[in-house]
Design a protein. Structure first.
Length: 206
């Protein structure tokens, strides 16, 4: 059996609409009706309609965060607009999502993303272990001293349908971010980076 379920705010909205319609019909059918009351009721009804339309479509949307590491380094951790991402090994990414960042429902020029990350440039370097198989604290501290931290602000390219916040880590500490509903590798996605990108021995400015 079909069952109509009306939430309380919507029920109040519909009830008020019926009252206004009834009052308007009363005014039309009687010479001495409360015309001013009908006008007031109609104005309030219009205001509620506008407010309801705004509430039904939020300006910001929750968006899962996905990372793509196109380099030989390890991305120990990262965040985009304050939303944290996971650890990314060399040439890894796209396999998991972390909730959640936020993006505008509709793209407008000037939308940007702030990306922060910690990088291990030598993830394959051997770290000494003690007789119990645990990393030696001193040798680990030596290795961790080589970690680097970065922060950049990048533009988010135009999207028609919002999707996940995809963060692409490129050689020489370059980053690109997209927020489209199109999946990487499919037509219409703004970037086409291979996962295993060639890396220069020396980056510009270093």
């Amino acid at each position: 059996m079909f069952k109509l379920v009306i939430k309380r705010p919507l029920f109040r909205f519909l009830s008020f609409s019926m009252v206004c319609q009834t009052l308007s019909l009363s005014v039309l059918s009687s010479k001495g009706g409360d015309v001013l009351g009908a006008i007031r009721c109609s104005l309030i009804f219009l205001s509620i309609s506008v407010i309801s339309a705004c509430q039904a479509e939020p300006k910001m949307l929750a968006s899962p965060v996905t990372g793509y590491n196109h380099t030989s380094a390890n991305i120990n951790s990262f965040s985009v607009n304050g939303a944290g991402g996971g650890n990314l090994g060399p040439h890894e990414g796209g396999g998991s999502q972390v909730c959640c960042g936020s993006i505008p429902r509709y793209w407008t020029p000037g939308i940007r993303a702030i990306v922060e990350w910690e990088k291990d440039p030598s993830p394959r370097e051997k770290i000494k272990r003690d007789k119990y198989g645990q990393l030696e604290s001193g040798d680990y501290q030596r290795h961790a001293a080589g970690y680097t931290r970065h922060k950049v602000t990048v533009d988010i390219p135009k999207y028609d349908e919002p999707g996940s916040l995809n963060v692409h880590f490129l050689p020489c500490d370059q980053v690109r971010v997209s927020a489209t509903g199109i999946t990487p590798g499919h037509p219409g996605y703004p970037y086409n980076f291979p996962m295993n990108m060639s890396e220069p021995k020396t980056c510009p400015g270093q």
